[in-house]
Structures are given as structure tokens and as C-alpha cells.
Design a protein around this ligand. Structure first.
Ligand code: GUN
Length: 309
């Protein structure tokens, strides 16, 4: 169970407070600069990291994400290879391609953009990708590694959140963390990664009754529910760190997260904006995993022999 903690802030101080905005674009920029140097070191040894991206169908959001990922690869010197299939492609076609990519020397990461059309079984696709090239961190081996704190490739979005918290020197040990959203891609791995860092973690989800009774206890609140304005100021403890993983497009075309940013920023100590918070970090950590994969190959490390977190 979560234990409540009281805020050290007086109401007068809290009234004047506005949160520090965590700049995901700037943090991404500095990580990408480091990655460029690591790519240069690999190039000097005759290896260029390579990422294969498989996209099926015409989902417009997926097309934008894939384009952003490939542009980011180019920016740091990673080769990217795009494999596009029509929406009615047979699962066998993709499974066969993955089998080929698993043994290709110039491919260090394989990513199948989700969602996939209904004829696909996502677990089957994900388990076909070699754990050594699973830079999304979705393979059972990598997911299982999170449970014991010994994963090879952490899933990119929660990995990005951890990097943002580290960048701001926000301590995790003993903190009450509430994760809203229990997806396999974000919520569950996020909770495991924070537990590994000795936080006290509570996961809430769509069936949670009275969400606010949990969120109000959070020193650190991570929201990945896909619902605009789900988190309003009354649900947030004064001085909390609020990380908004949501990306929602309103009918007006505006991009917003899951948090009422203008309201909550007056109550929180740190907050991530949407866009410009967690989003750029997801792509950056994909690059980081791809570079790490190439380095592992260059050093002769096999995932199933040896893992690092
Ligand atoms: N679709 C939405 N987010 C992701 C992601 O992080 N990886 C993949 N492969 N597909 C996604």
C-alpha cells in the first residue's frame, strides 16, 4: 500500500509556485550528441549501427512516428532501412522478413511499428525478433529482464522517463510513484524500472476506482492513459513531479497530453510539456538502444550470455 507523505511547502509558498518545465528536446539533444560520438567510435572500427523499421498499412500516426525515427537515425549517423507492407499483407511475409533481418550483419535493431492490422498477432511478431536486436525492448526476454533488474534493451518510453528524472537529479529511492496506465509498452515496464530504483510504486488503470485517492499521494506521478485532461490539479499533491506520457490530438488539431498542463503546473514542482517532453525522449532512447546493440556486437557480447541494465 502507498503511505501518504506531507508536503514541506506552506500554502503561501505553494500559491506562488509554478513547476519547472522539463525540456525533453534539450535533454534529447545532449543525449543525441553523445550518441553521435559513440557512432563515430564504431565507424572508426568499421561498423555503422543499423535499424530496420517495418511498417504495415497506412496508419497516419505510424507514418509520422516512423519518419521521425528514421530522421533521428540519420541525425546521429545510424543507417535506417524501411520495409513497408500494405494493410492486407500476410503475417508470414513479415515473419520471414524478420527472420532474414535477425541474421543480417548491418542490422543491429529491428522495430515493427505498432499498431498492426488485425490479422497479426503482436506477441508472435515480437517473439520472432531476436532478443539481441529488440531495440524496442518488447521481447519476452527483455520484459522478463525488467522483473529481475537485468534487461538488455529497456523499452524506449519508460527508459526516456527515467533519463529525464536522472537529468533533473530527482531522487527515486523511497518516493511514492503512481503510474497511471498499465500498458505493456509504457505502464508496466515503467513501474518495474522505478521499483528497481527503490521507489514505492502503485499502478492505476482504466478499472481503478477513485483514481484521485491514489494520484494525490504521488511524489512522482507518471501518466500514460491516452485521455486528455485526465489529471487535474485537485488530483496532484503540491510539489509533485508530474510526467505526462500522453499524446492526444484534440478535434481542433492541438496536441495535448493527459494532464491539465496549465492547471497542474501551478501545483507541481516539475512537469513535462506535450509536445516537447517525453515524446522526443522515446525516439532518442530508440537510438541509444540501437547504438548499444551495435556496441555489444562489436564487443562480441550476446544478449543471452550477458545482460546489463
Ligand atoms: N507504436 C507506438 N509506440 C511505439 C513504440 O514505441 N514502438 C513501436 N514499435 N510501435 C509503437
Amino acid at each position: 500500500m502507498l503511505c501518504g507523505t506531507t508536503s514541506a511547502l506552506t500554502p503561501e509558498v505553494a500559491d506562488k509556485m509554478t513547476a519547472k518545465i522539463i525540456d525533453g528536446v534539450a535533454v534529447s539533444g545532449s543525449i543525441r550528441a553523445e550518441l553521435k560520438e559513440r557512432v563515430a567510435a564504431l565507424l572508426a572500427k568499421g561498423m555503422r549501427p543499423g535499424l530496420a523499421v517495418i511498417v504495415v498499412g497506412e496508419n497516419p500516426a505510424s507514418a509520422v512516428y516512423v519518419r521521425n525515427k528514421m530522421r533521428a537515425c540519420e541525425q546521429v549517423g545510424i543507417s535506417s532501412f524501411r520495409y513497408a507492407f500494405p494493410a492486407d499483407a500476410e503475417p508470414e511475409q513479415i515473419l520471414n522478413l524478420i527472420a532474414d533481418l535477425n541474421i543480417k550483419d548491418d542490422v543491429h535493431g529491428i522495430l515493427v511499428q505498432l499498431p498492426l492490422p488485425s490479422q497479426f498477432s503482436i506477441p508472435q511478431i515480437v517473439r520472432t525478433i531476436s532478443a539481441e536486436k529488440d531495440v524496442d525492448g518488447f521481447h519476452l526476454y527483455n520484459m522478463g529482464g525488467l522483473v529481475v533488474g537485468d534487461t538488455v534493451f529497456p523499452p524506449c518510453t519508460p527508459y526516456g522517463v527515467v533519463k529525464l528524472l536522472e537529468h533533473e537529479s530527482i531522487p527515486l529511492e523511497g518516493k511514492n510513484v503512481v503510474v497511471v496506465g498499465a500498458s505493456n509498452i509504457v505502464g508496466k515496464p515503467m513501474a518495474l524500472m522505478l521499483m528497481q530504483r527503490d521507489a514505492t510504486v502503485c499502478i492505476c488503470h482504466a478499472k481503478t476506482r477513485d483514481l484521485a485517492q491514489f494520484t494525490i499521494l504521488a511524489d512522482i506521478l507518471v501518466v500514460a492513459a491516452g485521455q486528455p485532461n485526465l489529471i487535474v490539479p485537485q488530483m496532484v499533491k503540491t510539489g509533485a513531479v508530474v510526467i505526462d506520457v500522453g499524446i492526444n490530438r484534440l478535434p481542433s488539431g492541438k496536441l495535448v497530453g493527459d494532464v491539465d498542463f496549465e492547471g497542474v503546473r501551478k501545483k507541481a514542482s516539475y512537469i513535462t510539456p506535450v509536445p516537447g517532453g517525453v515524446g522526443p525522449m522515446t525516439v532518442t532512447m530508440l537510438l541509444a538502444n540501437t547504438v548499444a546493440s551495435a556496441e555489444r556486437k562489436s564487443n562480441g557480447i550476446r544478449s543471452l550470455d550477458h545482460a546489463t541494465s
